[in-house]
Write a protein that binds this ligand. Structure first.
Ligand code: PLP
Length: 368
């Protein structure tokens, strides 16, 4: 039986072109920090990859620093750009929330902004939370559980008016819809290759020129003395190829994914008239749908869907083993029942209409 993969917010299938580019890169073994020919060749392809990524995000290549993924980028931005008070939202990914908790343990102050019923951070709540010693505001661009897209440009300009830096966790955004760092105005932006059909364990942090950010990982002088450690050249090449392909096809792909999302929500409404969708339908990630059908046992339903050949999720992949209530759903006002039993379907570039319809049928037969 063919599996139907509907968990693209957890991770995506690597594109064949990306795999090819990485396979070729693995036969090159130079260290980009070495001065000999092998090293200089590795350095050249590394810098070409940096240029590709920078052009996809509309920044200068020197503003892109490679990391081991979204988690490291978030940890770095939050832990190293703040020296007093940080403001974040209550629905961030654990990579940001746990980093903030660590700051609190070290005596820094953290304010967690509430969100409205759709998961939106209201600009006024940020205005009210900013104080004289706020050094960093960190608000995610698209929520990984409910897909809500935050008003980053407005929030960033409010933070800047108060002299604070602005970081956004754009791990679910980059590769899925247009992200232009200049247009957003942000100082720091995290991204991760495995969310856009690239390899796992590689990502980056955009650091706007002139931003003061100490290092999280100390050692050699790689990455403009900002992030130590020999660069993972094949993975970086794969990430650049994946982002270029995603950005080139973005208009067409995001329209197609959004139409599959619309199809899913409309068949779900027909089959389950009492279905409840979480999040903001008008400003949302094209592929993420989070829902609750009254009476549904989330964990059992997930397992039965898996047996029938469907992969989706009970929320964030990284907390799926906790079997806890989703903090995101709790924050948007969902009941305990809903926060524990809702499911997330995340549609990607490889899904088809037939798969969406088959999913709705399978769910119907399980819930019956
Ligand atoms: N931030 C968000 C919003 C995410 O969805 C994820 C991964 O699920 C991360 C950060 C962590 O990224 P990575 O898996 O590359 O460490």
């Amino acid at each position: 039986m063919d599996r139907i993969y509907l968990d693209n917010a957890a991770t995506t299938k690597i594109r064949p072109e990306v795999l090819d580019a990485m396979t070729n890169a693995y036969s090159e073994y130079g260290n980009p920090s070495s001065v000999h020919r092998e090293g200089q060749h590795a350095k050249k392809v590394l810098e070409e990859a940096r240029e590709t990524i920078a052009s996809c995000l509309n920044c200068d290549p020197t503003e892109i620093i490679f990391t081991s993924g979204g988690t490291e980028s978030d940890n770095w931005a939050v832990k190293c750009a703040c020296d007093s008070h940080v403001i974040t939202s209550s629905i961030e990914h654990p990579a940001v929330l746990k980093s903030c908790e660590m700051l609190e343990k070290h005596g820094l102050k953290v304010t967690y902004l509430p969100v409205d019923k759709d998961g939106v951070v209201l600009p006024d709540s940020l205005r009210k939370a900013l104080v004289a010693d706020t050094s960093l505001v960190s608000i995610m661009m698209a929520n990984n559980e409910i897909g809500t897209i935050e008003p980053i440009r407005d929030l960033c300009s409010i933070a800047h008016d108060h002299g604070a830096l602005f970081h956004t966790d754009a791990v679910q955004a980059v590769g899925s819809f247009a992200v232009d760092v200049k247009e957003l105005g942000v100082d720091l932006l995290s991204f991760s290759a495995h969310k856009f059909y690239g390899p796992k364990g590689i990502g980056g942090l955009y650091v706007k020129k002139g931003t003061t950010l100490s290092s999280l990982i100390n050692g050699g002088s790689q990455e403009f003395h900002k992030r130590a450690g020999t660069e993972n050249v094949p993975a970086i090449i794969g990430m650049a190829e994946a982002l270029k392909l995603s950005v080139n096809a973005m208009n067409e792909t995001s329209v197609r994914i959004r139409s599959l999302r619309d199809l899913l929500t409309s068949v779900m409404k027909e089959k389950f008239p009492r279905v409840l969708f979480h999040g903001n339908d008008s400003s949302t990630h094209p592929g993420i749908v989070n829902f609750y059908v009254p009476g549904m046992d989330g964990e059992k339903t997930l397992l039965l869907l898996d047996v029938k050949g469907f992969a989706c999720s009970g929320g964030a992949a990284c907390s799926s083993k906790d079997n806890a209530e989703s903090h995101v759903l709790t924050e948007i006002g969902a009941t305990k029942e809903e926060a524990k039993n809702s499911l997330r379907v995340s549609i990607g570039a490889y899904n088809t209409e037939d798969e969406i319809l088959a999913f709705a049928d399978a769910l119907k037969s399980i819930l019956n």
